[in-house]
Design a protein around this ligand. Structure first.
Ligand SMILES: NC(=O)c1ccc[n+]([C@@H]2O[C@H](COP(=O)([O-])OP(=O)(O)OC[C@H]3O[C@@H](n4cnc5c(N)ncnc54)[C@H](OP(=O)(O)O)[C@@H]3O)[C@@H](O)[C@H]2O)c1
Length: 169
């Protein structure tokens, strides 16, 4: 099973502020939906709660919420108390691609676990005020491939490039 972190990251590693996203890039949201659709998505409890209630659980995907709170309940989703349990759940369900969808704490956990096989990072060509960041990682451990490049337009305020990082063996 591939274990794939998917994130949109600005120039200084910014990913969020006040438990929300900082920018709206519909073309990137479309990429996120197409990439994750039909798969397990593993999210930190804070990121999950940042999704407006009417949009969660994200449809067409098994939403797996990571929390230390054993009494936490997610209607229409799964709750786990460790990354290992999240990955076991996906594996036991026959998943081929499990997506780690953030936020900052959970990206860090996933990177440090050594379990990530891939990352799909949307590099947003702008800087923002932020309180949550993608963890620093050693680029030399990964092989990169540009998946798509977008120029800002009337709906997407910033240029961005989607890069696939594959972990070197
Ligand atoms: N730009 C992007 O691509 C992107 C993507 C996703 C999120 N974000 C942003 O990221 C921010 C949220 O990130 P965050 O770092 O604050 O929070 P987070 O990673 O979404 O969630 C943190 C929570 O996950 C649970 N958790 C963490 N480590 C755990 C472990 N080892 N075992 C069990 N549970 C664990 C804990 O839940 P409990 O407190 O319930 O125990 C912890 O409080 C928001 O601003 C959001 O918009 C950005």
């Amino acid at each position: 099973m591939e274990v794939i972190a998917i994130a949109a990251v600005a120039k200084n590693g910014e990913i969020g502020k006040d438990n929300d996203l900082i920018w709206r890039l519909p073309a990137d949201m479309k990429f996120f939906k197409e990439s994750t659709f039909g798969h397990h998505i593993i999210t930190g409890r804070k990121n999950y709660e940042s999704i407006p209630e009417r949009f969660r659980p994200l449809p067409g995907r098994v939403n797996v919420v990571l929390t230390r709170n054993e009494d936490y309940h997610v209607s229409g989703g799964e709750v786990v108390t460790s990354l290992e349990s999240a990955l076991d759940l996906a594996q036991n369900n026959g998943e081929t691609e499990a997506f780690i969808i953030g936020g900052g704490e959970v990206y860090r956990l996933a990177l440090e676990s050594g379990k990530l096989t891939k990352m799909l990072i949307t590099h947003v060509d702008a800087s923002f005020e932020a309180d949550t960041f993608f963890p620093k990682f050693d680029v030399s451990e990964w092989t990169t491939k540009v998946v798509a490049e977008y120029k800002a337009d009337e709906k997407n305020a910033y240029d961005f490039t989607i890069v696939e990082y594959t972990k070197n063996q």
